[in-house]
Design a protein around this ligand. Sequence first.
Ligand code: B3K
Ligand code: ZN
Length: 890
Amino acid sequence: MSDSAKPQTRYLKDYAPPPYAVSAIQLRFELFEESARVTSTLEMQRQHRQDEAGQTPLMLDGHDMTLHSVTLDGQKLDTDAYIVEPERLVIANPPERFTLEIVTSSKPQDNASLEGLYRSGDMFCTQCEAEGFRKITYYPDRPDVMAPYTVTIEADKARYPTLLSNGNRIDGGDLPDGRRFAVWQDPFPKPSYLFALVAGNLGCLRDAFITQSGRRVALELYAREQDVAQCHHAMAALKKSMRWDEERFGREYDLDVYMIVAVGDFNMGAMENKGLNIFNTKYVLANPDTATDSEYEGIDSVIAHEYFHNWSGNRVTCRDWFQLSLKEGLTVFRDQEFSSDIVSGPVQRINDVRVLRSHQFPEDAGPTAHPVQPDSYIEINNFYTNTVYNKGAEVVRMLQTLLGRDGFRKGLDLYFERHDGQAVTVEEFISAMEAANGRALTQFRLWYVQAGTPQVRAALSHDAASQRLTLTLRQSCPATPGQSFKQPFHIPIATALLDQQGQAIPLRLVGESNAAPAPTERVLELRATEESFHFDGVAQMPTPSLLRGFSAPVKLDAQLDNAQLAFLWAHDSDPFNRWESGQEYATRVMLGLVAARARGDSLNLDENFVDAFRACLQDDALDPALRALALTLPSEGHLMERMTLADPQAAHAIRSFVRAQLSVRLEAELLTAYHAFRVAGAYRYAPLDAGRRALRNLCLDLLLAGQDSAAETLALNHYHNADNMTDRLAAITPIIHGGLPHSDKLIADFYIHCASSANALDKWFSIQASAPLPDALPRVRALMTHQDFSLRNPNKVRAVIGAFCGGNPVRFHDASGAGYAFLAEQVLALDAANPQAAARMVALMSRWRRFRRDLAELMQKQLQRILTQDKLSNDVYEIVSKSLNAPADD
Ligand code: B3K
Ligand code: ZN
């Protein structure tokens, strides 16, 4: 790309308030098959004078539209009275108050970016966050411009009987020429990114919710008529979310109707548009034949997330996009707490930490690392990241840990009370927490502005004579792009010390009175680079159980040996740390085998580890869902993170070896557990049943890892007897991934089960694309020519290209470099149509420096190849240029 075409960087420090406010906006959409015409009427007021000449130019964002007319206070402007630039419309010096009418048109049917107004199948829909509204009309498309909207939609009555927008429907009826209109009014001033419109021929599942103050809210879930029967789980999730937010956080819904529309072509999971959420079908539609247990859980959490945004995001929104985590981190925290209440606290916590570790930690250690509150970006769509979302949620969780549940609730109440109807910053959120709790959080703010995952090292020393135990904690944080030095963080470390029976002993800090019983768990606050905590009355050297519940997003080195890890895996009363210790033990064993393999030594799986694994499998005091998690071996990605240079082939070989060993050495035990955890009766999604299925299916998977034909027969029976997608998928995955004899037949049979549902078909695609077999890439190419595949549909792109490049490390990272060339080719093909999807895919190569030299060079070449293309989107340009330029300390 030439220097002049290089995209611009935006900086937080350049923020300036909007020169013009919008006190009302009226939109009229005339929808036709070949185009959409939009008339926008804005009531505007100048906020302040800007330039030296005393003029305040009005600059409206706009992109990819045809401008038909501009009328100011009823006077149609000549074309020389305004300037149309590629990205904006400028009117030099409008009066202090004025009405502006702008008429534009666009071609939704050609809009493959799935941003702005576009078509998905037979319907029209929109996606405006972050900057899609500027593809609909010229407007100050920034979140700190908030206005009440009145929207009129006109369309063909037969094709588009359902016409929806935000707020309440205030009018509607027939028009000449077989057309129809509807008028919607949203009384809550909102930023343009929350605008939404849907026009289609849709079925609807209706219900109602009575709020805590007794108001009736109509609930409407829209989908294609044939899919409405699959909306019941989502409807139940919505009602649970509404009740939960009232009970836990005192937040009540505000409009008379809450609508959700399921759309097949959607770039992400869902969108929280005021009163009119638009969802990827993956997070709305479910029945036992199409959705797995974890997809049912995904629906609960995404429905809750978008609903919770009504307060944390919509009523109180972001001043600018650097504040994105203000709404996203907080809302993820809220949805995690919701899921924790409806599923199981520990299971939810472990799963949330798994996501953080497998996605956010690598991001934080790579070339695109950025703080939770970034200070610059080229393309904001690249910042809907695991850091902004998941680390942001961890930061909010730490606030709750430090302030206590009640203190946190008081802070949140004050935040909503102070800022309802405003567009604010992270600073305002922290200030409310401080004010409500009378506590300074000065050092805590560093979590928002310093990138990188802190490391904490713990050391214990015990003095038998004085019965004193000293715990010394030391923190550091690696350099990240643009941030070489870090100040120490304020880190809450939930701590317990276990005696030889695994009992947590009382923790009395030296100098503390012994009038009241000492707690057995305490949150220690590490603030300095190094601090020591002294405890009295500790008779013997205990085993430390630190960072319980993962109380901070850090990497902890507690300097435990394998025997201590095995002890904690068996005995820790903190379920999170039980899981954690097992994972760490397994990781060390596997890394030891990686080293043995590199030396050419024969491989031997330690008997102690097999014993500990067996003990966990047979521990009936441990809930099945937790047991399944505790027995899931660390992923290949996790092992690669722990290698000096990632070697995907070694990680795959060792993980396969350990699975095969467990299969053979624990065959009888696995078989017993497999039979014991059968779930009686017809399938229904319920957390307890899901836990049993997870454990049973884990046993099945391990049994098949031994490649034994009796196990394959067991899996075939499992498949044929299954009445649900979870079991079907669990039975065929090890057969297809292992390339076992029945593989091809099952692929054909499974297709028949999936053919009538796009969401089920995604699983049919991805199970094949992620199979770690030698011919994986040719298979993937063949899948892309399948009639059900489309490069224009993001779910299919994820199911095939994403599953291969992100979920099949051993084949994607083939030493020939063919996987990388394939990804580069797909990124370029995608980028022309859908830059957001392309950027997500190319990010899979961003950490090339972490890999074995030969692989790193091959990846680097493909990234360079992409960067030489002339017409790159900002999205792809930003990821690729940062990946190539970042310092080599990645
Ligand atoms: N706020 C949306 C994400 C928008 C992504 C724009 N590229 C969904 C959510 O986080 O709830
Ligand atoms: Zn969100």
